[in-house]
Write a protein that binds this ligand. Structure first.
Ligand SMILES: *Cc1c(COP(=O)(O)O)cnc(C)c1O
Length: 460
């Protein structure tokens, strides 16, 4: 039993090692937020205090915390089949979810559709799956030397060693550099600072030209190019024009390189369409889905692949098979949660409702454009990013690290004092709320942001 918030903090710090945290900062610099339960967009403390989840609990939550329809689906599934080995066995939720994801996946005229689903149990593992599949496919073809992956500067694909190898956030990566694969990095098409669409397209074209040059210089060495379509999230909520994705698709085809779309954070409506690739009209060869896949209830990852990739592993030899597995691959509870989440998209017409919510977010964020500390306000679907001018004395590679530097901490605390959980990514304050957020909650979000910006001003 947890008696009260202080008791809770003491017991927590006695036994827990928190993710992505310098534990020295707890509890003084960085207060721990005790959460007793969730209710829609609210996190509710032991004392009944309500804090708005402005970051959808690390971008996982879609329809609200403790959403009753998803909770009920998990409960029903738990009483039917909680888990079964997915090698050699099959179960209804895994099959139904695969059918539905493939039917919803981005389509491109004249290209064979994504046709198979491989389950992993979290985003990083799914990225590992996609990278290994791409490499192994060439290996099975007898093609030697296609051992390199290409990723974008400012990219983030997870924390396991393979996923970290294709990531480009120095503070997360640097220490482990001696252990990592040698990936190639192409410049991000990031349109930060672009005045209008023409300027954003120019960024996209320049970056695509650089990618072409990289592909050319390493022809025959590259097996896959991985990117976060339209929105580099952990890299600072940086956005790019869909024109880049169209060029990428052409270049990957021209150089025989697999295109891996990491839609782990942007999938399931976050950018306005169900999947970000749709906005460019392109279809990847491999697509990774996680985070919002289960509505934010349970860890699960689905890697969608083309028939061609799948066929490359069919053989009499087991060595040519994809012998990758996770104990909980395709867990029935997680698949049931994902099916219930997809049902909610239909029942509540979530994408249409989000268009109205996103318009309101844009209107509420507009006044921040003229704030002296703010360099840019940008928006894509259900994401608003308010980028501040760099903090002069921040030596922490803080541009893309959560709650970095003195200013990051002060903004985090100011927002929390105003009852909103915001985790600034270095210089970027962003909104990524659950889709169920209502008008009053949006007003609170804007108010807390104004408070945090006032605090940022005081640091300057
Ligand atoms: C969060 C994230 C991952 C890693 O997912 P985990 O479930 O945290 O391992 C990979 N790619 C992107 C784009 C992400 O945002």
């Amino acid at each position: 039993m947890i008696a009260d918030a202080d008791d809770w903090r003491t017991r927590d710090l006695a036994v827990l090692w928190h993710p992505c945290t310098q534990m020295r900062e707890h509890p003084h610099a960085l207060p721990l937020l005790p959460v007793a339960r969730g209710d829609g967009a609210w996190l509710v403390g032991f004392d009944g205090r309500r804090v708005l989840d402005g970051v959808s609990s690390w971008w996982t939550n879609l329809h609200g915390h403790a959403e009753p329809r998803i909770a009920a689906a998990i409960g029903r599934q738990a009483q039917t089949l909680e888990q079964v080995i997915l090698a050699g066995c099959s179960h209804a939720p895994a099959v139904e979810l695969a059918e539905r994801l493939l039917a919803l996946a981005p389509r491109e005229a004249g290209r064979a559709p994504l046709a198979k689903v491989f389950y992993a149990d979290n985003g990083s593992s799914g990225v590992e799956v996609a990278l290994k599949m791409a490499f192994h496919w060439f290996h099975n073809r007898g093609v030697a030397g296609r051992t390199k992956f290409v990723a974008l500067t400012g990219s983030y694909h997870g924390e396991t060693l393979g996923a970290l190898s294709v990531g480009d956030i120095p503070l997360y990566r640097r220490v482990y550099a001696p252990l990592l694969l040698e990936s190639l990095f192409a410049p991000s098409p990031d349109a930060f600072g672009a005045r209008d669409e023409a300027a954003a397209i120019a960024c996209a074209e320049r970056a695509a030209d650089a990618l072409a040059a990289l592909f050319d210089a390493h022809a025959g060495e590259i097996c896959a190019f991985i990117l976060e379509p339209l929105l580099q999230c952990a890299g600072g909520m940086r956005m790019h024009h869909p024109a880049y994705l169209r060029r990428v698709r052409e270049l990957c085809d021209a150089y025989g390189v697999f295109l891996i779309a990491d839609e782990i954070a942007v999938g399931f409506g976050r950018t306005g369409t169900l999947f970000a690739c749709e906005q460019a009209g392109i279809q990847p060869d491999l697509m990774c889905l996680s985070k919002g896949l289960t509505g934010g209830f349970l860890p699960l990852c689905a890697v969608l692949a083309t028939q061609d990739i799948y066929d490359g592993f069919l053989d009499d030899s087991r060595e040519r098979a994809f012998l990758h597995s996770h104990s909980y691959s395709g867990n029935p509870l997680a698949c049931a949660a994902a099916l219930a989440s997809l049902d909610i998209f239909d029942a509540d017409d979530v994408l249409a409702r989000n268009r109205a919510t996103a318009a309101r977010m844009v209107a509420l964020a507009a006044p921040f454009r003229t704030h002296p500390a703010v360099a840019e306000v940008r928006q894509l679907g259900m994401v608003v990013a308010i980028e501040l001018h760099p903090e002069p004395d921040n030596r922490e590679d803080g541009h893309a690290v959560e709650i970095a530097g003195r200013r990051g901490l002060r903004m985090y605390r100011a927002a929390l004092d105003a009852d909103v959980l915001l985790r600034p990514l270095g210089d970027v304050l962003y909104w990524m709320p659950p889709y169920c957020i209502d008008d009053a909650q949006l007003d609170l979000l804007a108010h807390a942001t104004a408070t945090a910006l006032a605090e940022a001003d005081r640091c300057a």
